[in-house]
Design a protein around this ligand. Structure first.
Ligand code: MN
Length: 339
C-alpha cells in the first residue's frame, strides 16, 4: 500500500509499505478515506517542528472506515466510520493522573512522534478511534481533530455563555475556536490582516472582525466591551507581540489562552496580571474533547460551511503541500482524498 513519508526535512515522497495487520487484542484496521493537511504537517515537512523525528509518515487529521477488528474490540465493528484521536500516553505520570494526558511525559502524537495516517490503511487501538454518524460526509467528519483544538482552547479559557471572547487570528484554527466559542454562547471578536480571512470569519459567525492592519485593536475592543476588555483572549496568531496585546486587552478576572510554539520572549508587565487577577493558560492538542465534538457533528450543530477549500488525490500530495505553502490566502483546509 501507499503512504506519504517525509524521510528528512524538505523532502516528501510516496512510499510502498506492507499493509498493516492486527497485532493486539484492542487493534482496529482502518481504511483511510480523508486526511487533512495541517500547519504542523507543513512544519514537519520543513524541519521546523521541534517535536518531530524522521523519517515520518505524516497526517493526524484522519477519517476512515473500519475494515477489521481484533477479538478484544468491544465498541467498534466492521463498516463503522471513525475519526482518529491522535494522542497516546502512559497513564501514570503527573499529567495523566491529573486527567491531562495531552501533556503526558511520554506523549506520542500520531503523525508527529510516530507514523501517522497519510496512508491507505492504518492500525490503531480502539481507544484512539471515535465512531461518527455514517450519514455524514467524509469531508465533514475529517475536521473533528481541528475542532477539538478549538474546543480545548475554549475549555482552557473558561468560556461561558454571555462572555466576550477575542480571538486573534482568522486562520483555520481561529475559525475552529470561533465555532466552539459560539456554541458555548459567547460574543466573539476576531482580528486579522487579510480581508478574505476576515470575510470568512464573519460568514462563520464572528460578531465583529477587526482589521488589525488598519485600526487599533485596543481601541476597538475597549469600545465594543464598554471599556471592560474581553473576558477571554485566545491568541491564534502566536507572536510575542500578540501575547503582550492579549494581557493588555483581557478584562478583570479574565483568561488568556496561549497556543504558540514561538521561543522568543514576550515582555509581560506584572501589574495588569496582578491588578486584573487574570489567568494565563496554555492550550495544547486536546483532552477529552472528541466525545463532545463528535456529538456536535452527529447532531448537525457543527458544520464545515466552507472551511474545506481544496482536495487533492494521494498521488498529487506533493502538489498539495506546495499549493498549501504558496497560497496561505486561498487555502483554509486542504484534504488528501483516498479512494
Ligand atoms: Mn491539525
Amino acid at each position: 500500500m501507499k503512504a506519504v513519508q517525509v524521510p528528512y526535512a524538505n523532502e516528501l515522497k510516496i512510499i510502498e509499505i506492507p499493509k498493516p495487520s492486527l497485532q493486539n487484542a484492542d487493534d482496529v484496521l482502518v481504511k483511510v478515506k480523508r486526511v487533512g493537511i495541517c500547519g504542523s504537517d507543513m512544519h514537519i515537512y520543513h524541519g521546523t517542528n521541534p517535536l518531530a523525528t524522521y523519517p515520518r509518515i505524516v497526517g493526524h487529521e484522519v477519517a476512515g472506515e473500519v475494515i477489521e477488528v481484533a477479538e478484544g474490540v468491544n465498541n467498534l465493528k466492521v463498516g463503522d466510520h471513525v475519526v482518529v484521536e491522535p494522542i497516546s500516553y502512559c497513564g501514570e505520570c503527573y499529567a495523566c493522573r491529573k486527567g491531562r494526558p495531552n501533556v503526558c511525559e511520554k506523549l506520542s502524537v500520531f503523525g508527529v512522534h510516530e507514523d501517522g495516517g497519510m496512508r491507505e490503511y492504518a492500525v490503531l487501538p480502539e481507544k484512539q478511534l471515535h465512531a461518527v454518524n455514517k450519514e455524514l460526509s467524509w469531508d465533514e467528519v475529517v475536521l473533528a481533530e481541528p475542532y477539538t483544538i478549538g474546543a480545548q482552547a475554549v475549555w482552557r479559557g473558561n468560556v461561558e455563555k454571555g462572555d466576550t471572547v477575542l480571538i486573534q487570528g482568522c486562520g483555520p484554527i481561529g475559525i475552529c475556536i470561533l465555532k466552539m466559542a459560539k456554541i458555548a454562547g459567547a460574543t466573539v471578536y476576531m482580528t486579522d490582516l487579510d480581508e478574505k480571512r476576515m470575510d470568512f470569519a464573519k460568514e462563520s459567525g464572528a460578531d465583529h472582525v477587526i482589521d488589525a492592519g488598519n485600526e487599533s485593536v485596543k481601541d476597538r475592543i475597549l469600545e465594543l466591551t464598554d471599556g471592560e476588555g474581553a473576558n477571554t483572549v485566545i491568541d491564534a496568531v502566536c507572536l510575542p507581540s500578540t501575547v503582550e496585546l492579549s494581557i493588555e486587552l483581557v478584562s478583570v478576572a479574565g483568561n488568556v489562552v496561549i497556543l504558540g510554539f514561538d521561543e522568543r520572549p514576550s515582555a509581560l508587565p506584572q501589574l495588569p496580571i496582578t491588578k486584573k487577577e487574570i489567568t494565563i493558560t496554555g492550550s495544547r492538542l486536546q483532552t477529552d474533547q472528541f466525545g463532545k465534538v463528535v456529538e456536535l457533528l452527529n447532531n448537525g450543530k457543527l458544520k464545515s460551511d466552507g472551511l474545506i477549500t481544496h482536495r487533492f488525490s494521494l498521488n498529487d500530495v506533493q502538489e498539495a503541500f506546495t499549493f498549501v505553502e504558496k497560497n496561505p490566502d486561498k487555502v483554509r483546509k486542504a484534504l488528501i482524498v483516498f479512494e
